[in-house]
Design a binder for this molecule. Structure first.
Ligand SMILES: Nc1nc2c(c(=O)[nH]1)N[C@H]1C(S)=C(S)[C@@H](COP(=O)(O)OP(=O)(O)OC[C@H]3O[C@@H](n4cnc5c(=O)[nH]c(N)nc54)[C@H](O)[C@@H]3O)O[C@H]1N2
Ligand SMILES: Nc1nc2c(c(=O)[nH]1)N[C@H]1C(S)=C(S)[C@@H](COP(=O)(O)OP(=O)(O)OC[C@H]3O[C@@H](n4cnc5c(=O)[nH]c(N)nc54)[C@H](O)[C@@H]3O)O[C@H]1N2
Ligand SMILES: [Mo]
Length: 878
């Protein structure tokens, strides 16, 4: 097992050349191309790195070694094929997709460096190997204040499960089920049978794109706010990317897909505070802007479109506005509304006396007036244009109308619903390629269990609710139900925190409050693979297996393929799955485990295989994917019926991936909103009350305002964000800067998938995780490359080493998302660069986590110099 488990530090590691060569070759740190493919992609691949053949030690490739498809299950937006070479029960190599020849139309699903370094993770010496207990914790004397600081001791599974069951029972008896706060699908099933628990919800990834699009008719079913498929993107002349970085944050093929559009002749324009690697790859022109101010950008553009439109220079698609939208001007207002409330008059300042000119907008978004006018010229209706944005700009305060603003611009220019024209989201695992899934997994068949408790806390108040005893209840899972509110202040009295999914203490708003909340409750427990931030602040840690140690399953999200992974190795040490833990706890809580899981994980996987479907070549009908025989069913020891599909069960498991081949002109093309735009009367938008795109939406304004966080207007007006640009000034009009003069945003970073893989030594070596500063800003503060920098916000302090760049808008700091907290308990300063140390418990609009609207100060750190992450000790506690 301890194959990679030596605690080598970077310096020692580099001393051994032989070891370095072997490790680099096997981990794929140096390159990304599968070993035995031709160099068909010589330029940059999806990660923006040069493809190159890696060396390999052929000695391990003997007959007893077998390639098996391994899960790469993280939430990085990528869906990539990852194969492990297993010899004598140990993974000795990893590789990626070599199932078929690579081409732009039918690309391989290549894994990134993170995925290929996973072996270093699974075999990490810092795995939680046994149940652990905080030394000073006992049921009668919890010593709560020592959470996060205490030492750990190994205990038996029996003891650990008994403790956890006893604490759950105690909380239920003394304070009721709502006193248990838990996160995790599997533990959620158990706790629902146990009578319920308090859950959480948040706008997470999507920010303002989670609720708004649905309320205004700008949500294309399965895929959310959709754009056209990757083949159609090649028909665009101009592609505007506003806050889009697939090279960092959509692993797999999205950046490669954009490159095909470029090869087909498209010009790229980037509107972003950061000239990121995707823009560099696409040779995009850069229009720098401030973060969190995008509504102002588009208002400046809208003003230009309205005022410069004429018959000889048509800048507005009046026909589109007339047929497909309501609320643009006084003639198109919904019945019963004041005609003066229309969008056009707001932009012109007809009634409020403030025309939203490019000059007005420039002051609020940092884009020069000339550039705002030029953006308008670039997107005129006569051109084939894509206006694409990702979720980042929506993860900001006061941007609840941003999706509506983008939809309004797309409608004004007619770039929606036609080939070569598209407007909306391109992000995460659907980046650059929307449309219905061409192949999909079946359901696991587990019956839903009713929640016994309705309490559900928004992320922005998760920790303050625990500390203060009340919160704003806006419904159970408002984002899933696509509606929220009306808000209702409810008392809440949390005594137990149960972490069994997500990395909440690290990834939710207001981490400093989170630490306090963990030190307040009676008991905290985590299922964990490593001593993550959430686990560190608990009393008991239960050692969790990884997806490599489980029966198998599906990974989906890229419409063209599914990955079917298998078990790679036996569970390491005393690790177990969430389901096993739930069943063991059930027994101790007098619950029959069959009530939680009527059948096991093997049957769940089989059900997904049996129910999997693939789209026929007609592009319309789904048919079963997998052929299953009586023998398969007997060999698997499951219940099921034989069936005929497109591929045999063992062949599918061997390939580990089913990808539908695409060709130009096939039937799988997708044009978002096509039917609606062709004939809005016959194909109304189902979600919006008017059936049209609502540029004026009473539905939006009422629904979100009633949630009780802050008022949202019915048209896309500019609202000052809390902790936005204006708040960096003591006096905005006089332009005197204030105590927190910089804006901070959190790029999703290459080393990690959020917090996952942060502790991987190979990846620490590859990506140091600095804080990115504008070089002129740094010079002004006497900060040089590599200096340690203290960032201070109203909510906390964190340290990182500086990386100076000209690619960042002045006044803006980019602090990568997800770096593990490394708290100096003496000073309260985090040495880990944890982004949520700077974020506060600020809820606006639809309960938005506004991580990209944070303000801070920076200074050169005069304390001890920071140790590079790669030179830090791993957290080995057992
Ligand atoms: N400041 C700031 N905060 C942010 C963001 C930001 O940009 N800035 N981004 C936000 C976004 S977009 C997202 S999606 C969230 C992500 O927030 P999270 O989902 O909380 O982040 P992950 O790091 O992916 O957390 C997954 C956790 O689950 C654990 N895990 C892995 N497999 C299993 C398993 O089988 N069972 C259990 N029980 N646990 C498992 C991992 O070890 C890890 O601790 O963060 C959000 N938070
Ligand atoms: N390597 C890696 N990849 C990931 C993740 C990860 O943690 N690591 N997380 C995954 C997840 S769950 C998600 S939700 C996605 C998130 O993916 P995105 O929502 O796309 O977020 P980012 O990649 O952080 O930022 C994209 C771009 O937006 C810019 N930007 C930031 N704020 C603003 C703004 O206010 N306005 C404008 N115009 N631009 C802005 C940034 O500079 C960056 O260039 O990433 C996914 N991919
Ligand atoms: Mo996300």
């Amino acid at each position: 097992m301890a194959l990679l488990g030596t605690n080598l530090k970077r310096r020692d590691f580099l001393k051994s050349t032989a070891l370095t060569t072997a490790a680099v070759a096997t981990a794929g740190l140096a390159g990304c191309a599968p070993q035995d493919e031709g160099l068909s992609r010589t330029g940059s691949n999806a990660e923006g790195m040069t493809a190159h053949v890696v060396e390999s030690d052929l000695a391990v490739l003997d007959a007893s070694a077998k390639w098996v498809t391994a899960a790469c299950w993280h939430n990085c937006g990528g869906r990539c094929l990852n194969k492990a070479l297993v010899k004598d029960g140990v993974v000795v190599r990893q590789k990626t997709d070599d199932n078929h020849e690579d081409s732009a139309d039918y690309p391989q699903q290549r894994a990134c460096v993170r995925g290929r370094a996973q072996r270093r993770q699974i075999y990490g010496e810092d795995r939680i190997k046994y149940p652990m207990k905080r030394k000073s914790w006992s049921p009668d004397n919890p010593n709560k204040e020592l959470r996060g600081k205490d030492e750990w001791e190994r205990i038996s599974w029996e003891e650990a499960l008994d403790y956890v069951a006893a604490e759950l029972s105690k909380a239920k008896e003394q304070y009721g089920n709502s006193s248990i706060f838990a996160e995790g699908t599997e533990i959620g099933r158990l706790l629902n049978v146990f009578g319920g628990y308090t859950s959480r919800w948040g706008t997470g990834s999507l920010g303002t794109w989670s609720l708004t699009p649905h309320l205004i008719g700008f949500d294309d079913g399965d895929t959310g706010t959709a754009v056209n498929d990757r083949m159609d993107m090649r028909n665009c002349e101009t592609i505007i990317l506003s806050g889009v970085n697939p090279a960092w944050s959509s692993a797999g093929n999205p950046a490669y897909n954009y490159l095909q559009a470029k090869n087909a002749g498209a010009k790229f324009i980037a509107i972003d505070p950061y000239y990121n690697d995707s823009y560099a790859l696409l040779d995009a022109e850069w229009i720098p802007c401030y973060p969190s101010q995008d509504v102002a950008i588009w208002l400046g553009v809208a003003y230009t479109l309205i005022t410069e439109d004429s018959e000889s220079n048509p800048m507005i698609d009046w026909d589109f506005l007339d047929r497909c939208t309501i609320g643009f001007d006084a003639d198109h207002m919904p019945e019963g509304e004041d005609p003066k409330g229309n969008f056009k008059d707001y932009v012109l300042g007809t009634y409020d006396g403030v025309p939203k000119t490019p000059e007005w907008a420039s002051e609020r978004c940092g884009v020069s007036p000339e550039n705002l006018r030029r953006i308008a010229q670039e997107i005129v209706p006569s051109k084939k244009v894509a206006i694409l944005t990702a979720w980042a700009a929506g993860r900001t305060h006061a941007a609840d109308n941003l999706p509506q603003m983008i939809m309004t611009i797309g409608s004004m220019t007619g770039h929606i619903g036609k080939s070569g024209h598209m407007c909306g989201i391109s992000c995460h695992n659907k980046a650059s390629n929307h449309g219905p899934a061409m192949v999909k997994a079946g359901k696991d068949g587990l019956p839903a269990i009713d929640p016994g408790v309705t309490d559900c806390i928004n992320d922005t108040e998760l920790w303050t609710a625990i500390l203060e005893g009340s919160y704003n209840f806006t419904g159970t899972a408002p984002n899933k139900n696509k509606t929220g509110g009306p808000g209702e202040i409810r008392p809440i009295d949390i005594h137990v925190i149960y972490h069994a999914g997500r990395a909440l203490l690290q990834t939710r708003d207001a981490m400093a409050k989170g630490i306090e909340a963990h030190r307040k409750v009676d008991f905290a427990v985590a299922h964990a693979q490593f001593l993550t931030t959430s686990a560190k602040y608990c009393d008991i840690i239960l050692p969790l297996d990884t997806y490599w140690e489980r029966p198998g399953g599906f990974l989906t999200g890229n419409r063209e393929m599914v990955i079917v992974y298998s078990k790679i190795i036996d569970p390491q040490f005393e690790c177990h799955s969430d389901q096993w833990i739930a069943c063991e706890l059930a027994k101790r809580l007098s619950i029959d485990p069959a009530e939680v899981y009527p059948f096991d994980e093997q049957q769940q996987f089989f059900n997904q295989l049996a129910g999997a479907e693939v789209l026929d070549a007609d592009g319309k009908t789904y048919k079963p994917l997998v052929t299953i025989t009586e023998e398969d069913i007997a060999a698997w020891g499951v219940e099921g019926e034989p069936q005929t599909g497109e591929i045999g069960l063992s062949e599918l498991l061997d390939l580990g991936c089913y990808q539908v081949e695409r060709k130009p002109g096939d039937n799988y093309g997708y044009i978002a909103y096509e039917d609606f735009v062709k004939d809005p009367e016959a194909n109304p938008r189902e979600e919006s009350p008017s059936g049209k795109f609502e540029i004026f939406s009473r539905n939006l304004s009422d629904t979100i305002t009633n949630m009780g966080y802050s008022a949202v207007p019915p048209i896309p007006e500019y609202i000052e964000p809390v902790e936005g640009l204006e708040e960096t000034y003591a006096d905005f009009a006089a332009k005197t800067k204030g105590e927190y003069p910089y804006q901070v945003f959190n790029p999703h970073y290459l080393r990690r998938s959020h917090t996952v893989l942060d502790n991987n030594p190979w990846l620490r070596e590859a990506w140091p995780n600095p804080v990115y500063l504008n070089a002129a800003d740094a010079a002004e503060k006497g900060i040089a490359e590599g200096d340690s920098v203290l960032l201070t916000s109203q909510h906390g302090k964190t340290l990182r080493k500086a990386s100076l760049t000209q690619r960042l808008m002045p006044g803006v700091i980019a602090l990568p998302h997800g770096s593990w907290l490394d708290m100096d308990e003496e000073t309260g300063v985090d040495r880990g660069g944890a982004d949520n140390m700077l974020c506060g418990p600020v809820g606006m609009g639809a309960g938005i986590s506004g991580w990209n609207s944070v303000i801070a100060n920076m200074e050169k750190w005069t304390g001890d110099e920071l140790v590079d992450d790669a030179d830090k000790d791993l957290r080995v506690i057992c």
